[in-house]
Write a protein that binds this ligand. Structure first.
Ligand SMILES: Nc1ncnc2c1ncn2[C@@H]1O[C@H](COP(=O)(O)OP(=O)(O)OP(=O)(O)O)[C@@H](O)[C@H]1O
Ligand SMILES: [Mg+2]
Length: 112
């Protein structure tokens, strides 16, 4: 299993969610975060306003997927989160040794 962590522009969240669910991928955790990339946060546009702050608002998506679907999910996120402007974000992929469904106690890929 892989844990896919995507940092995206907040206004792209609905597009990413729809793109993933339309293709049959369900289950994600979302957080509002702040960060900066190589522009050091200086010149980004957010909701029409230019941000000169050190920290730019972003959304973090975390979704756990079986290995066989990881590449597809990554490509869907890239396509649906892209505006082709600076600050579109990053995707980090982590190996995920195990997962549990709390209600049943089951473990393995069937919990995803
Ligand atoms: N090396 C990193 N480690 C952790 N988080 C990062 C890293 N780089 C970027 N991020 C996160 O991703 C967000 C978006 O980064 P961003 O898209 O600006 O990256 P970039 O490398 O500057 O690319 P671009 O030139 O397209 O802007 C940042 O605000 C930060 O939250
Ligand atoms: Mg940047």
């Amino acid at each position: 299993m892989k844990l896919i962590v995507a940092i995206i522009k907040p206004h792209k969240l609905d597009d990413v969610r729809k793109a993933l669910t339309d293709r049959g991928h369900f289950g994600m955790t979302v957080s509002n975060v702040e960060g900066f990339g190589r522009q050091k946060g200086r010149t980004e546009i957010y909701r029409g306003a230019e941000y000169y702050y050190d920290w730019v608002p972003k959304v973090k998506i975390e979704t756990a997927v079986p290995d066989e679907f990881a590449e597809q999910v990554i490509q869907i996120i890239i396509e649906s989160a892209r505006s082709s402007k600076i600050g579109d974000g990053k995707i980090f992929v982590l190996n995920l040794p195990c997962a549990y469904r709390i209600r049943t106690g089951e473990t393995g890929e069937t919990v995803l």
